[in-house]
Design a protein around this ligand. Structure first.
Ligand code: HEM
Length: 233
């Protein structure tokens, strides 16, 4: 990928990530946020968060299926924007639905399952955002960091469940998101079993087994995540 193309793609990704907030700000300025602006804001922020979360999870499956690795570099940006929109979405609930009434909020979390699930998703997403810096990756070590960031799939599952739980009967969107998540998980699982089989095949044939991908170096240390691994750029 040429430097020029990389910059163009970067600009496009940033524009796509910022478009929901710009669109909402424009709607607010020209007073075009529908007859129920609060619901509209909450829903649009929540849905933008979900789309970006799934987009960040789609980067590795794209590499697996298409064979190009540069989209991986946008995974962190997309994940951080997802967190940004979730925080705004959550702020709407704190400010507008409950206006800092902590007792009422706690009651809401306990009584309404979709709020419980949403809250759990946000709680799990926060450490992922906090550990997304290169310094944190180095501190945790590649293998531990990778393991922690597998939680992103759990967060996405909870977010889809949150949407399924709150959606009115006949609304199709949450099922579409559930389908996308299932597809992404399916591709990861297929890739994992394919690599596992490739590793086991020589052992079954009585040949020496190659170490798992990412642990080829001396001492079996896992390789750095792609964003730190300059050889993959
Ligand atoms: C990863 C975390 C979360 C994601 C991805 C997410 C996503 C969503 C989505 C997609 C919707 C439906 C939008 C629509 O109808 O078009 C929604 C609605 C909503 N979410 Fe979340 N959410 C998350 C966390 C939370 C949290 C932590 C709270 C509050 C504690 C919350 C409260 C709500 C509320 C009140 C609604 C609107 C329900 C309604 O329309 O009646 N969400 N969220």
């Amino acid at each position: 990928m040429t430097a020029r193309l990389r910059i163009s793609v970067k600009v496009l990704v940033w524009a796509a990530c910022l478009s929901p907030i710009l669109y909402l700000a424009r709607g607010w300025l020209i007073d075009e946020l529908t007859a129920n602006p609060i619901d509209y804001l909450t829903d649009t922020l929540g849905e933008s968060a979900l789309v970006l979360l799934l987009a960040s999870l789609a980067m590795t499956p794209i590499r697996i299926v298409v064979g190009v690795s540069w989209p991986i570099h946008f995974r962190r940006l997309l994940g951080l924007f997802a967190f940004f929109y979730v925080c705004l979405h959550f702020s709407m609930w704190i400010l507008v639905d409950h206006f800092f009434n902590w007792g009422q909020m706690l009651e809401d979390i306990v009584k309404r399952p979709y709020i419980t699930v949403g809250m759990t998703a946000l709680t799990l997403l926060a450490p992922l955002a906090a550990t997304s810096t290169k310094a944190m990756i180095r501190r945790l070590g590649g293998a531990r960091w990778r393991l922690l960031h597998k939680l992103a799939y759990v967060v996405a599952g909870l977010a889809v469940l949150h949407f399924l739980w709150l959606a009115k009967a006949g609304v199709r969107d949450p099922y579409v998101y559930a389908g996308v998540l299932a597809l992404l998980l399916g591709i990861r699982f297929w890739d994992w079993s394919r690599r596992r089989m490739a590793r086991l095949r020589p052992a079954l044939a009585g040949e020496p087994v190659t170490p798992p991908l990412g642990q080829e170096r001396a001492g079996g240390r896992a390789s750095a995540p792609p964003m730190l691994d300059r050889s993959k750029r």
